[in-house]
Every structure is written in structure tokens, then in C-alpha cells.
Design a protein around this ligand. Structure first.
Ligand code: ZN
Length: 146
């Protein structure tokens, strides 16, 4: 294992063991699921004004990859405008899937912060579904706000 892989591994585990913005959500929320792994999560988007995200909370259960990705997602999108958040979602999903668009620009990668630690999932299609679950979920909920 290279030094970078080890660092990434550690970052993923850190987010898995101490997920940011993970709470117990009471009430009715949309459940986002990845049946191929058993990951399940619910999101609560708190708004500050009509178009700025104050913070995002999540609840649910899943593997290390989906949990770490959800934790990172809540950190990256909190405080962003709706428009900025949708742009980050697009880049994050492209990055995790390894689409050439969005994944090669170093500035984009920088913007994705800790999410870069999940780059390795690209080689494993089933794991890509774990990593993109929180992103597809939040994207869907953000778009439904229009
Ligand atoms: Zn999973």
C-alpha cells in the first residue's frame, strides 16, 4: 500500500468512526437506499434564507464508504448556496465515477476536499454506488426545492 493510499484509508475510517453531522432524525424524511450493499440514509437540509444551506444532517446506516461519503458531503455542502451545492454534487459524482469530465481538473479535486480519499472506489462499480448514494440523494432533494 502506498503512503497516499494509507492516508486515504485513514481519512475514510476517521469519517466512518466519527461521522460529521450524523444525528437521529425524528419525523418523516425520504429514505435513500443502495440495495446492492444495504446502505440506507435520510437527510435533513436546513436552510438559511431561501437559497443558502445552513447545514445538512444525516441519519441511517451503511458501510464505511457510504458513511464516510455522507459525512464528507454534509461538510462540503453546509454554508453553500443552492447553486454552488448542485455544482459540487455534479463534480463529486463525476469524480467518484471516474468520469473524465470533472475528475481531471486539479482545482475541482481541491474543492472536493476529503472526498478525494474515495478516489479508489472507481475501480469497484459496486462501491461507486455506496460512495455516490449520499450525493444522488442530496442532489435529488436539492433539485426538488426548485
Ligand atoms: Zn455500501
Amino acid at each position: 500500500m502506498s503512503e497516499l493510499d494509507a492516508l486515504y484509508q485513514e481519512l475514510i475510517l476517521e469519517h466512518y468512526k466519527h461521522p460529521r453531522n450524523k444525528v437521529t432524525l425524528e419525523g418523516s424524511f425520504i429514505t435513500h437506499e443502495n440495495p446492492s450493499c444495504g446502505d440506507s440514509l435520510r437527510l435533513k437540509i436546513e436552510w438559511e434564507g431561501p437559497a443558502r444551506i445552513k447545514r445538512i444532517l444525516f441519519d441511517g446506516h451503511g458501510c464505511a464508504i457510504s458513511t464516510a461519503s455522507a459525512s464528507i458531503m454534509t461538510e462540503l455542502l453546509s454554508g453553500k448556496t443552492l447553486e454552488e451545492a448542485l455544482e459540487i454534487c455534479r463534480k463529486a459524482i463525476a469524480f467518484l465515477r471516474g468520469d473524465s469530465e470533472g475528475s481531471t481538473d486539479p482545482e475541482d479535486a481541491e474543492e472536493l476536499g476529503d472526498l478525494q480519499a474515495l478516489e479508489g472506489v472507481r475501480q469497484f462499480p459496486l462501491r461507486v454506488k455506496c460512495a455516490t448514494l449520499p450525493w444522488h440523494g442530496v442532489e435529488k432533494e436539492l433539485k426538488s426545492r426548485f
